[in-house]
Design a protein around this ligand. Sequence first.
Ligand SMILES: [Zn+2]
Length: 132
Amino acid sequence: MNATELDKAAPKGDWSKKEAFKLLKEWQNTLDLNDWTITMDLLDLEEVGNGKAYQETEYEESVKAAVIHVARYEQLADYNKELFNFERTLIHELLHIKLCLLDDEEKSLQSRVLHQIIDDLSKSFYTTKYKK
Ligand SMILES: [Zn+2]
């Protein structure tokens, strides 16, 4: 299966805190981010990225602390529900933390390229885990 097929096949619906935090710990460990304090909140859609994103991460690089915000699945637009992949989204957000020193937080070419690389890497990591 390619990345899009894996996204469609991914478990859907709201995640229990237990499952979500288990995956957070797994990927935090895989990406060697154990020196960071990372937590996660499932929020209403309008609370995430001013309603313009389904996930976002706030971090403080000097103290290596981050919080990942994920919008509740049932509030996503119907056309995005089919492709929403909680675990791959989580990997994407953790890669933002991993590469935070390269992010200048502007819409510069550097940030756009970085974001594209982060999403490509999240697909690769996820696909590698589930490839048969
Ligand atoms: Zn991103």
